[in-house]
Design a protein around this ligand. Structure first.
Ligand SMILES: Cc1cc2nc3c(=O)[nH]c(=O)nc-3n(C[C@H](O)[C@H](O)[C@H](O)COP(=O)(O)OP(=O)(O)OC[C@H]3O[C@@H](n4cnc5c(N)ncnc54)[C@H](O)[C@@H]3O)c2cc1C
Length: 300
């Protein structure tokens, strides 16, 4: 199917894009990698009057370690593939490398962007739980300037975020983890390239004795938005990660999950998958902390 007619403008700068958004109101859509928007346009599920292409704006796709601020700065236009091969990401935040590697297929990873994925807010998207578990923050730039929103409060509903019509995601900021930290991202999928049946992101800060000092836990495809499981984080933090502690936290993960039944499984099945993925992700994180080379990512 062909899209309905729309005006198309290649933004010359961020200010230009914001100005166009402001003038077009609800009738405009930004285009980054086009991996969500273009299929929706073709199916006429969205029919914007104006498409504003920001995909080639310079300076918005860098992945930089900002040691002074203690954060990783990821430009909104960084592609999934770029995240997958970034050595700073791999060295510090294995779960981001894992998420990047399990998204769609090579084309989707080559064109799709982190900013576009967060703005799309697909309930089964892979980046939402990862940035939530890492306590990431989303930089949104609009006519009034920049505001930075915690990933935990960025998603409002399925396909809905706190972004205003005239705002652009410009950067994602993720705290650099202290030495000894380890994490994992696990996504169960029915077949290669599919969206998640359910997914779990875990990041643990561990001391020299292997006790957890801080935990990040979030779920994907387990509700209308990614779910940060504060109860499980609290259970793990300040504890030696014993089987009893993991059992208690896994129970809280299953309780927090609120997935819809669909072609990928019943709600009960997906809840059980969340619990199982959580246990496995904690195990991988602990083994990585001990220096083992363990694979995360896809679970089929
Ligand atoms: C076959 C296929 C399989 C896929 N599988 C997965 C998967 O397994 N996991 C997964 O997570 N995703 C998957 N996706 C989605 C993919 O990750 C998209 O790349 C991503 O959701 C959107 O990024 P984009 O840059 O392509 O955004 P676009 O398609 O260009 O835009 C998506 C939406 O975000 C808005 N937008 C874009 N950039 C910005 C910005 N910087 N600021 C504000 N709003 C913005 C657009 O207006 C639009 O509404 C899949 C897509 C396809 C086609």
């Amino acid at each position: 199917m062909y899209p309905a007619a729309f005006d198309y403008t290649v933004a010359e700068s961020l200010d230009h894009a914001i100005d166009l958004l402001q003038r077009s109101g609800e009738g405009a859509k930004l285009l980054s990698g086009g991996q969500s928007l273009v299929p929706l346009l073709k199916l006429r599920l969205v029919q914007p009057a104006h498409v504003i292409d920001i995909g080639r704006l310079p300076g918005l796709s860098d992945v930089l370690e900002d040691e002074a601020a203690g954060i990783l700065r990821i430009g909104a236009l960084a592609t999934h593939a770029q995240m997958g091969v970034s050595s700073v990401v791999r060295d510090k935040l294995a779960l981001m490398t894992e998420a990047a590697g399990v998204i769609g297929d090579a084309q989707v990873r080559g064109w799709g962007t982190l900013g576009g994925a967060l703005a799309e807010a697909d309930p089964a998207g892979d980046w939402g739980p990862v940035v939530q578990a890492l306590e990431g923050r989303v930089e949104c730039t609009g006519p009034a300037g920049v505001r930075v929103v915690d990933a935990a409060s960025f998603f409002v509903d399925a396909y809905t975020t706190v972004l205003a019509d005239d705002e652009v995601i410009t950067e994602v900021r993720v705290p650099l983890p202290p030495p000894g930290s380890a994490g994992a991202y696990l996504k169960m999928e029915r077949r290669a390239g599919d969206f998640a049946v359910a997914s779990v992101a875990v990041q643990l800060e561990l001391d020299g004795a292997g006790s957890c000092t801080k935990a990040g836990v979030a779920l994907g495809a387990a509700g209308l938005t990614p779910i940060k499981v504060l109860a499980a984080e609290e259970t793990l933090a300040g504890q030696e990660v014993t089987p009893d502690v993991v059992d208690a936290a896994a129970g809280q993960v299953v309780e927090a999950a609120n997935p819809l039944a669909d072609v990928r499984g019943s709600s009960d099945y997906k809840r059980a998958v969340c619990g199982a993925l959580f246990r496995k992700a904690v195990d991988i994180a602990l083994r990585r902390h001990r220096g083992e080379d363990v694979r995360g990512g896809h679970v089929r």
